[in-house]
Design a protein around this ligand. Structure first.
Ligand code: UD1
Length: 387
């Protein structure tokens, strides 16, 4: 069996890393006679701070194919990735293309593969915001409509897929590869913490951690202005550390927005730098999908600057609350958080650091030979052989 793993944008890299590790642990680097694999980086994200640093930190090997598609409108970017992925598929002739998440690379690689008659596995399938103005929602719907194997992170995703008519035998609740990555990186962080970031933490003491990059929040002048006003008001009480995504820094510059001195703006951070900050934040303010889940996994309070989430388990089980996107709704959510912070989180089922291994078990049609943690043993304390 030959697999082609596809990654393209920043949130993909945290999901690809555990899959690559699990594959290498089981089948060796690049594979063996039984199972082999190749890695494709579409180049949807390309700056060192958005891409290269994640490959380096997360231990992802140099891709076998780097497609260098770069930025563009949705159609231009998606089309370029499709055309480039088609060539790779024709050259490599994989049995299965594995895509992760919900970015344009996920959609484009799936379409290119299926039109060549190649099977597709989607990791993080079934999430639905029910908001079709989100480009990611379109990517999720189309990818899941054509994918053959659907690996889901939470029960709601399985229900969504069943409602859309997917074959129950194709749906596998396996936990979350991003949580695998999180636990793996936490262990490494203890050995080599990023010193500059520790300095910033020392200077700030208590702080909120903010990320912002969704087009609906950032590209709309009134929305971004309202969010900035809320952030400035919060910074009167609590310093806010704010690594700024390229899309957001362009919008801030365009609108000439200014921030309270308590808002510490930083360039985009590496995974470990960001983790070092948000893991100890009083509260995380974010419009990221992944951070909603990662904060739940570590029990850090999270206020999501959106009207909806495709990850409801972070609210029903975890530490996440929807804060909306207006100045008033964000400040109301912040006040409510101060008055009654979320209860300590329960980690959603199977978010135990072993999702990639389950996926490889299913794809290889054979269980991993490694010992499983016994009942009651903490997943984090257990050292898996296929980490
Ligand atoms: C993309 C994903 C989104 C994901 C986000 C994480 C889609 C539809 N969207 O949105 O789901 O949450 O990535 O970052 O796939 N830019 C750089 N350097 C880079 C990459 C981009 O400067 O390495 C600039 C681009 O020129 C553009 C802006 O950042 O002006 C936004 O990039 P874009 O690729 O449009 O998507 P994201 O907003 O990052």
């Amino acid at each position: 069996m030959k697999l082609l793993l596809v990654a393209g944008a920043r949130p993909n890299f945290m999901k690809i890393a555990p899959l690559v590790r699990a594959l290498a642990a089981r089948h060796g680097r690049g594979g063996n006679g039984q199972t082999s694999w190749r890695l494709v980086h579409t180049g949807q994200h390309y700056d060192w701070q958005m891409s290269g640093v994640f490959f380096a930190e997360l231990g992802i090997p140099v891709p076998d194919h780097f497609l260098e598609v770069g930025a563009g409108s949705h159609a231009v970017q998606t089309g370029a990735i499709m055309a480039a992925c088609e060539k790779v598929c024709q050259k490599e002739e994989p049995d299965l293309v594995v895509v992760v998440g919900d970015v344009n690379s996920t959609l484009a690689a799936s379409l290119a593969a299926k039109k060549l008659g190649i099977r597709v596995a989607h990791v993080e399938a079934g999430l639905r915001s029910f908001d079709r103005t989100m480009p990611e929602e379109i990517n999720r719907l189309v990818t899941d409509a054509i994918a053959d194997q659907l690996f889901v992170t939470e029960e709601s995703a399985r229900e969504n897929l069943l409602r859309e008519g997917k074959d129950p035998r194709a749906i596998h609740l396996v936990g979350h590869v991003m949580v695998d990555n999180l636990f793996h990186q936490l262990a490494l962080l203890e050995l080599a913490p990023p010193l500059q970031i520790l300095d910033i933490k020392r200077q700030l003491g208590s702080y909120a951690f903010l990320t912002l990059h969704r087009p609906a929040n950032v590209d709309d002048a009134a929305t971004l202005t309202g969010i900035a006003a809320a952030v400035n008001a919060i910074a009167e009480e609590l310093p806010v550390v704010f690594p700024v995504h390229p899309r957001t820094s362009q919008a801030i510059a365009r609108l000439g927005l200014t921030f309270h001195p308590g808002v510490r703006q930083l360039p985009p951070l590496s995974f470990r730098e960001a983790l070092t900050l948000w893991a100890d934040a009083v509260v995380v303010l974010t419009d990221s999908g992944g951070l909603q889940e990662e904060t739940t996994a570590l029990g850090v309070p999270c206020l999501t600057l959106r009207e909806n989430t495709e990850r409801p388990v972070t609210i029903t089980t975890g530490t996440n609350r929807l804060a909306g996107t207006s100045r008033d709704s964000i400040l109301a959510a912040f006040a409510r958080f101060q008055h009654s912070p979320p209860l300590p989180a329960r980690r959603p089922p199977l978010w135990d650091g072993r999702a990639a291994r389950r996926i490889i078990d299913i794809l290889s049609e054979q269980p991993c030979p490694c010992p499983q943690p016994h009942d009651g043993q903490q997943a984090q304390a257990f050292t898996p052989c296929c980490p």
